[in-house]
Design a protein around this ligand. Structure first.
Ligand code: AMP
Length: 214
């Protein structure tokens, strides 16, 4: 099963990708998570990406295409994968076609998770994370303050720099200008499935599973 989860930041791609990864026993490949790990480890990629990511900008296509090619060619992806956060530009979508051709991958599903822009802004600015296990907290639902410890693993709860309100607006502008055209790219190829991303997490998982023919 080769799945590309598509949608604006904050539609729940990461949450759903983790669940689908357990259901199908395939790795969740999040380019955002990999870049954040590179930033933590202060690798050359991380140092380059940090300046761009903190401002809500995209990392250039040439860098991302090499990263995606390396990830998808790795042993862990040989039985399938869930790609989250890539492709984000039409250039990346074309590069992904080439990667698939090289790897002899002919079947894949692209699922677009659809959520209204106003709801996305609320979700992103309310979103906090545990630095230890990555658990997602919501400031309007969960009882916590930034700096508290995660109830699951004890790690510190923090807000991503790029989830601060001014950066969220910038990320959404970039999404609608640069990333949304990727939807049309896959629609033209009749490869896009649309799923409503508003509702309870379980409900959305069920919609995704039925779109995937589970
Ligand atoms: P995400 O966690 O998917 O929201 O990604 C966080 C940030 O990482 C994005 O705002 C971009 O700065 C960067 N990023 C992740 N994936 C890509 C990509 N495919 N192309 C360019 N930048 C990316």
């Amino acid at each position: 099963m080769n799945i590309i989860l598509f949608g604006a930041p904050g539609v729940g791609k990461g949450t759903q990708a983790k669940i689908l990864s357990h259901v199908y026993h395939i790795p969740h490949i999040s380019t955002g998570d990999i870049l954040r790990e590179a930033i933590k480890a202060e690798t050359p990629l991380g140092i380059k990406a940090k300046v761009l990511m903190d401002k809500g900008n995209l990392v250039p296509d040439d860098v991302m295409n090499i990263l995606a090619s390396d990830l998808l060619s790795s042993e862990r992806c040989k039985n399938g994968f869930i790609l989250d956060g890539f492709p984000r530009t039409v250039g990346q979508a074309k590069a992904l076609d080439d990667i698939f051709r090289t790897l002899n991958i002919h079947k894949f599903k692209v699922i677009n998770i659809d959520v209204d822009r106003k709801i996305i802004i609320e979700r992103l600015t309310d979103r906090f994370l545990c630095a230890g296990c990555g658990k997602i907290y919501n400031s309007t639902i969960d009882q916590f303050k930034a700096g508290d410890n995660c109830f699951k693993c004890g790690g510190k709860i923090f807000q991503r720099d790029d989830d601060k309100p001014e950066t969220v607006i910038k990320r959404l502008e970039i999404y609608f200008e640069t990333t949304e055209p990727v939807k049309k790219y896959y629609q033209r190829a009749h490869a896009l499935l649309d799923v409503n991303g508003v509702g309870e997490i379980d409900e959305i998982t069920q919609r995704l599973l039925s779109a995937l023919g589970h």
